[in-house]
Write a protein that binds this ligand. Structure first.
Ligand code: AMP
Length: 252
């Protein structure tokens, strides 16, 4: 039996409602790993760069075997960039290569650059027109219920390639689930973490294209855009992102 362990933390709200999001994490682990996973999340929530949380919630839930799907881990490669401006130009180019129109790529980059505080989720934009499709306002679409299928194996492989640590792990697992969604053309992301300036463009065609600099150091605002093909059923798309459990399998 597997368990979903989720943590979210915030500051300045009332009993977790409202306030500023500080951090979140999720894992899908076997029963014997539930305790240590929850303890590690608690530690992380209390020492986050974005500030000290005054609300931390940890939720543990059984996952039924029949509800689990798998998808492949995206291949990772790096696209060189030395400044945020170079990184954003590279991201635009990667998005277009992956099938996003120039107009939609520009709309996505502008939408992320215009954020004054981080959203909890991602904006979904039409990959041709750049119009917002999800209708979920400041919250956006949360992609949840995913993890590496075999965590120990995953950590070993990624560490060997210099991609160890929480950030790359979570981003790559999330990007793999997103790329496997029917309708996804590409994804663009940079982090909320003020010290973590690396971002990526993910796509089913070219995998996870890591971009070393996508924002200025010290900037606490990050964001994500999912670019969906015109005509994508948004109800099904959002359901896949938010509800379906997906385990990401690394190639042997
Ligand atoms: P992070 O890489 O965790 O710093 O997140 C960067 C941005 O991506 C956040 O500001 C959110 O807008 C978005 N985001 C974070 N987690 C998710 C998620 N699970 N699903 C969709 N968007 C997310």
């Amino acid at each position: 039996m597997l368990y979903s362990v989720k943590m979210r933390s915030s500051r300045g709200g009332r009993r977790g409602a409202g306030g500023r999001h500080i951090s979140g994490a999720e894992r899908i682990v076997p029963e014997e790993a539930v305790e240590e996973t929850a303890a590690a999340m608690l530690r992380r929530a209390r020492t986050h760069e974005r500030g000290r949380a005054d609300f931390i919630q940890i939720r543990v839930e059984e996952v039924r075997d029949g509800d689990i799907r798998t998808c492949p881990l995206l291949p990772v490669s790096t696209r060189a960039a030395e400044t945020a401006a170079e990184g954003r130009a590279a991201a635009r180019d990667e998005l277009i290569r992956a099938g996003v129109s120039p107009q939609a790529a520009d709309a996505g980059l502008a939408a992320l650059a215009a954020l004054t505080d981080s959203m909890r989720g991602a904006m979904v934009l039409d990959s041709r027109t750049g119009c917002r499709l999800d209708g979920l306002g400041d919250r956006g679409v949360r992609c949840t219920n995913m993890d590496a299928a075999d965590s120990a194996d995953y950590d070993r492989k990624m560490a060997a390639r210099g991609l160890g640590g929480d950030h790359p792990r979570e981003a790559l697992v999330l990007a793999s689930k997103v790329a496997a969604a029917p309708g996804t053309v590409a994804e663009l992301c940079w982090s909320d973490d003020p010290q973590y300036v690396t971002g990526y463009v993910g796509s089913p065609r070219f995998g996870y294209r890591r971009i070393p600099v996508l924002k200025e150091k010290g900037d606490p605002v990050g964001g994500r855009i999912f670019f969906a093909a015109p005509g994508t059923d948004m109800g099904a798309y959002i359901h896949y992102m938010q509800e379906e459990t997906v385990l990401v399998e690394a190639k042997p």
